[in-house]
Design a binder for this molecule. Structure first.
Ligand code: ISE
Length: 344
């Protein structure tokens, strides 16, 4: 159901990628955001492109993403292409001065993400938002608001649990950390309101003869203000999808309950449905993410997670990868944030 917001005019959006996330974003923009119109869609798979374009009433379809970015009918771009294309496509949007919501990760390394930050700062205005959608999850927001209200007292610890049901193929340490754990690393910064200064990462491979793979990653965190944290990122839990966060303070703790479903009791049993994947678990967050993105574009610059957040999460991710490979703790040095990224 499209939001009831009365809109001055619709923002014309081009979506790059008609896969799982691209389709979800295109459908949300079309059916849930009155102030947006998906006018362009690109994908290398012509069949998928046709299906999603028809479902969203898209005018222009492309197999070349750069053509979509340059098209005069496209005012704003949403990137849902494979991770390895995110940085170059975001730079292409900056080059033509178009606002862009890029799915996470912003880039595959901190150095590549920093080049995006430098280009955006050089342009003098915020154009980039990163798809770190847990900032729009009501359960995460409730926990963060409790911490920010002072109800928990001085914060002591962050705990993140990120459970995936299973991967189609074995995933490498780099892939798990840059593609999956990047959400948890951002939550660890955003929810705690503090920077991470040291990490220690270890992992369980899919098999002993494939130490480059990671079925499960454990990350210990140390914060600038003295708090600590840990993240468990399990790629192959085999039972469903769960994401939980717990913040512990001197006066108490607050945690999400990842299961949104009803508790069912019958036949001497009690149970709950566990979501299948992130599209189910974060259905509401994805709608709020694009709705607020479009609202922010109508009044000025994107207001959600910035290129700086994308860069800072990759600085921590790089350190986690180095720690997992070396078996040693690794320090993280997140520089002073550029003024344009300070959140009001
Ligand atoms: C996927 O790309 C996501 O962003 C999901 O939120 C995450 O849970 C999953 O592990 C990633 O592969």
């Amino acid at each position: 159901m499209r939001d009831k917001q009365e809109t001055a005019r619709q923002i014309r959006v081009g979506v790059i990628g008609a896969g799982g996330m691209g389709e979800r974003h295109a459908r949300n923009l079309t059916h849930e955001v009155a102030a947006a119109q998906v006018v362009a869609l690109s994908d290398v798979d012509a069949a998928r492109l046709g299906v999603v374009a028809a479902a969203c009433g898209v005018t222009h379809t492309f197999t070349d993403a750069d053509e979509l970015i340059r098209h005069s009918d496209v005012e704003a771009v949403l990137i849902a292409a494979p991770d390895r294309f995110h940085a170059a496509l975001t730079q292409a949007c900056l080059a033509v001065g178009k606002p862009v919501l890029c799915e996470k990760p912003l880039a595959l390394s901190a150095a590549e993400a920093r080049r995006i930050v430098d280009a955006e700062v050089a342009g003098g205005r915020r154009l980039v938002q990163v798809g770190l959608m847990r900032e729009y999850d009501p359960a995460h927001l409730r926990v963060k608001q409790l911490l920010d209200s002072g109800a928990l007292g001085k914060v002591l610890a962050f705990r993140g649990v990120h459970i995936n049901g299973g991967a189609l193929s074995w995933r490498t340490v780099e892939d798990v950390i840059t593609n999956s754990a990047v959400h948890d690393l951002h939550s660890a910064r955003w929810m705690m309101g503090d920077e991470i200064v040291r990490v220690y990462a270890s992992h369980a491979p899919y098999s002993a003869d494939r130490p480059d793979t990671a079925r499960l990653v454990l990350i210990q965190l140390h914060y600038r203000g003295g708090a600590v944290g840990h993240i468990e990122c399990n790629m192959e839990a085999g039972y469903g999808y769960e994401v939980d966060v717990k913040l512990t303070g001197e006066r108490g703790s607050a945690e999400t309950s990842s299961l949104q479903s009803a508790v069912v009791r019958r036949d001497n049993q009690r149970g709950q449905w566990i979501e299948q994947d992130w599209l189910q678990r974060f259905e509401t967050a994805y709608i709020h993410e694009v709705r607020e993105w479009i609202c922010s574009l109508q009044v000025g610059a994107p207001a959600g997670p910035s290129a700086w957040d994308g860069y800072a999460s990759m600085l921590v991710a790089d350190a986690c990868i180095a720690s997992a490979k070396s078996g040693q703790p690794v320090d993280v040095d997140i520089p002073e944030m550029a003024e344009m990224y300070r959140r009001t």
